[in-house]
Design a protein around this ligand. Structure first.
Ligand code: 6YU
Length: 504
């Protein structure tokens, strides 16, 4: 009888697709995915740019090892290159920070040797490591409430204690500022001062040296979609409101028996026994008041508001010739005029570009040519999205000329992502904001109606990247969250077969 349940999945990102695959594999045959846009993948988005595949959204499989379900799927679908699949690659453990070979450039147009930047980089990495070691369970009073304050406070102490000249000290401070801005991109936050110190260790890294998809991340989405029954996804169908605990007077008699009615923007109302909601936390923050009727209970709303959802964008640049070393994998820009330890800029309109910490080099060059991927997080990134293409190109060109000291260098092509202004995402990914804890994620996950209610259970379930306690902000976190909610329904209807409902 359970297999006849009508299940609507809202959102065709990897979480929604993963939930659908799991349900269909277990015999549920009335599963439908409703997607607001005209494509599958959500924040996995590959585009062809000048004849090359570039990733507008997710870039890497973070921690490609057997424990990572995205890696396993990608291997099964033969989407990775040989090197990424080797035992050796899977066993390298870099704890989330791949050891990219760097080139450092300063705002006065100098290239600085790695030897000169290394002491500050090592101090920074040591402090970052320390900031991950506070335990969520530990009740001790923390030195600061945020990761940013902790790193800046400790770094300042270390720099003050050192007997070095002002130039050396300023260079070290500039290195730490650049690495803090890079960390804003990793965490998807405006400032590391907004990221909770107590919960920073909650995010778990997996072994394996991060790898990419030679044919684009979206190839994974295409393979997953092909494994689903035809026409299971309805595209260009934004959901307006999910009516739950529902006794809609206007519905026909057959619809009346179902407790949920999914109202779409185009007027269609889809009756359902269960809905799995996989929209981004950014979308929920903006729309939670109207997306569910009755409204989401106050403690869940509080957690939606408290958890962080920030912006991280990319700016791709293509050059005729590289200005970086042949072995360079990452380029860092050092601003020499910042008077203090900081990861934010003072005037967005004028100085937004100071937040761009640098570029990763797209490798191998035989595949990409000479392409860099710039990274910029926070409100500065949101501001960058509003600029015209011409203004963006002019500013970026000036920036590159200044840092390389080459007054004629010009990128051939510039392409950016604009995740904050995407009306079905509103940002990039989740972070655990100051004052938050894993409890906020647990609150978000809690299905509706809440436990103890007399109504039909499991009417609205919550998936998506933001609902994964250990792997929020990632593709594998999103996939596991989709599977978790599918398994919640499977075990609801066949408790003896699936005693463990929530495994992630
Ligand atoms: C990863 C990576 N990566 C870069 C950038 C971004 C992200 N991530 P989706 O949003 O995909 O799907 C929801 C769907 O719902 C969508 O299709 C909507 O259109 C639809 N929808 C919305 N409203 C609707 C409505 N009303 N009706 C119907 N449909 C509706 N992850 O593993 N590797 O390299 C990166 C990166 C620029 C933007 C990433 C990366 C994040 C993933 O992309 C993201 O989590 C998943 O794709 C989300 O899938 P989903 O299905 O949940 O939602 C210590 C500590 C620090 C913690 N962080 C460290 C990890 C670092 C994270 N790495 C990120 C870095 C990059 C570069």
């Amino acid at each position: 009888q359970g297999l006849d349940s009508h299940i609507v999945i809202v959102g065709c990102g990897i979480s929604g697709l993963g939930a659908a695959m799991r349900l269909v594999q277990h015999g549920f045959h009335k599963v439908r995915i409703v997607e607001a846009t005209g494509r599958a993948g959500g924040r996995i988005k590959t585009t062809l740019w000048g004849g090359k595949f570039v990733e507008i959204g997710a870039n890497w499989i973070h921690g490609p090892c057997q424990e990572n379900p995205v890696f396993r799927l990608a291997c099964d679908y033969h989407l990775l290159d040989e090197k990424s699949m080797t035992e050796e690659n899977q066993s390298i453990d870099v704890e989330g920070h791949p050891p990219f070979v760097p080139n450092w450039f300063t705002s006065s147009g100098q290239k600085v040797s790695v030897g000169m930047t290394e002491p500050a980089s090592m101090l920074y990495m040591k402090l970052l490591q320390e900031s991950q070691e506070f335990s969520v369970e530990d009740q001790e009073v923390l030195p600061t409430s945020s990761v940013g304050e902790f790193i800046k406070c400790k770094a300042k102490q270390a720099l003050d204690e050192e007997q070095v000249d002002k130039t050396t000290k300023d260079l070290k401070q500039a290195v730490i500022n650049t690495l803090l801005k890079a960390e804003c991109c990793v965490s998807g936050t405006h400032s590391m001062d907004d990221v909770c110190l107590r919960a920073f260790g909650m995010y778990k890294t997996l072994p394996g040296l991060d790898c990419t998809f030679p044919g684009g991340y979206e190839g994974l989405i295409r393979c997953m979609a092909q494994d689903l029954p035809k026409d299971i996804v309805s595209y260009n169908k934004p959901v307006k409101c999910i009516h739950w605990n529902c006794t809609d007077q206007n519905s026909s008699s057959s619809e009346k028996r179902l407790p949920v009615l999914v109202e779409c923007e185009d007027g269609e109302k889809i009756p359902a026994d269960h809905v799995i909601l996989t929209v981004s936390l950014g979308f929920l923050k903006r729309n939670h008041k109207t997306l569910l009727n009755p409204e989401i209970p106050p403690h869940k709303v509080q957690s939606i508001q408290n958890l962080g959802f920030g912006t991280n964008n990319k700016i791709f640049l293509e050059f005729e010739e590289p200005f970086w070393d042949p072995d360079c994998e990452i380029i860092f820009f050092l601003w020499e005029d910042e008077p203090e330890l900081t990861d934010v800029v003072s005037n967005l309109d004028i100085f937004w570009m100071k937040k761009l910490f640098g570029f990763t080099v797209m490798t191998p060059a035989e595949r990409y040519g000479h392409v860099l991927c710039g990274w910029i997080a926070g409100h500065e990134s949101e501001h960058m999205e509003t600029l015209s293409q011409v203004e963006l190109e002019c500013t970026i060109t000036r920036l590159i000329r200044r840092f390389t000291g080459n007054p004629t260098i010009t990128p051939k092509r510039v392409l950016r992502s604009q995740w904050y202004h995407d009306p079905y995402t509103y940002g990039s990914y989740t972070y655990i904001a100051k004052g938050c804890s894993g409890q906020d994620i647990d609150n978000l996950v809690e299905p509706l109606p809440l436990k103890g209610s007399q109504s039909k259970p499991l009417q609205v379930l919550f998936g998506g990247e933001a609902t994964n306690r250990s792997f929020f902000s990632t593709v594998h976190g999103a996939l596991l969250a989709g599977w978790r909610e599918a398994e919640r329904l499977i075990s609801h209807y066949a408790p003896s077969t699936f005693p463990e409902a929530c495994s992630s």
